[in-house]
Design a binder for this molecule. Structure first.
Ligand code: ADP
Ligand code: MG
Length: 257
């Protein structure tokens, strides 16, 4: 059995009277492609917000054994965690390349690179050149290279989603959190993103946790699926098992299943 990369134990969070998450526990293995599904308002995005440090929940969230709850959110990229957002969070007036380079900035702030900045400006500009080259490579892989000099706000929605993904990848994450990466896309675009996510997982060995509504995609590419409903875990397992679960079918009655 592969080592556990992410361990979520009894996580709970309230917003006033709304219990957004209740005693949610699960683990994600190194190298897994793990999906989270559930009706709107189930707590999926809130769970990502807890992992990425926007909220401080009850319970424990560990990455490679290190506790995240209570740690400042800016440490997440250094710990190898990057995310994309359900509502795109790019700098609208900056170019695609500059938006993507923000991802390598996270790495530039790490101890080793900061000391290189201090001791050797020359070493650093070389470092920056490498980052730029790497950003270009990732932009090409994601099919957004031709928009490098275009302000993010001028791009089609699906392309902006790709740019966000490129920014996350440039930081070379061990754990990639994707919040509805295919929302609002055509079925052709969805297939492309699904293939890309699968490739990142298989070829680069990036562990992926993906929130996604498109059940077809989830069933096809996920190793395991967690189902949330009203802030609680109602099922966890391989896609074919989860889809047969009576509680899951009830939660989705009249919805996607
Ligand atoms: N910042 C917030 N303030 C108050 N309630 C919130 C906030 N964010 C989310 N919620 C509530 O928490 C619940 C879970 O929301 P969310 O995590 O966005 O669901 P999902 O991503 O599964 O659709 C919902 O009832 C939502 O209205
Ligand atoms: Mg959401």
């Amino acid at each position: 059995m592969a080592a556990m990369l992410l361990e979520v134990q009894q996580v709970g969070l309230n917003f006033g009277g709304v219990q957004a998450l209740m005693d949610v526990s699960f683990s994600v293995s190194q190298g897994e492609l793990f999906s989270i599904i559930g009706p709107n308002g189930a707590g999926k995005t809130t769970l990502f917000d807890c992992i990425s440090g926007r909220y401080t929940p009850k319970g424990s969230i560990r990455i490679n054994g290190a506790e995240l709850v209570g740690q400042k959110s800016h440490l997440r990229p250094k710990l190898g965690i990057m995310r994309t957002f359900q509502n795109i969070a790019l700098f609208p007036n900056e170019t695609v390349e500059d938006n993507v380079l923000v991802g390598s900035d996270y790495r530039l702030r790490s101890g080793l690179l900061r000391s290189c900045l201090y001791w050797s400006p020359l070493g650093c500009s070389r470092q920056e050149g490498r980052h730029r080259a790497q950003a270009r490579e990732i932009m090409a892989e994601l099919g957004v290279e031709q928009f490098a000099d275009v302000p993010a706000s001028e791009l089609a929605y699906g392309t902006q989603k790709r740019v966000e993904l490129a920014r996350a990848l440039v930081a070379q994450p061990d754990l990639l959190l994707l919040d509805e990466p295919m929302a609002g896309m055509t079925s052709g675009e969805k297939m492309e993103i699904a293939a890309l996510v699968q490739k990142l997982n298989q070829d680069r060995g990036i562990t992926v946790v993906m929130i996604e509504h498109d059940m077809g995609v989830v069933m096809e590419i996920s190793h395991r699926v967690l189902v949330l409903d009203f802030g609680q875990r109602i099922a966890l397992g391989p896609p074919l098992e989860v889809i047969e679960d009576p509680q899951v079918r009830r939660a989705y009655l009249g919805d996607t299943v």
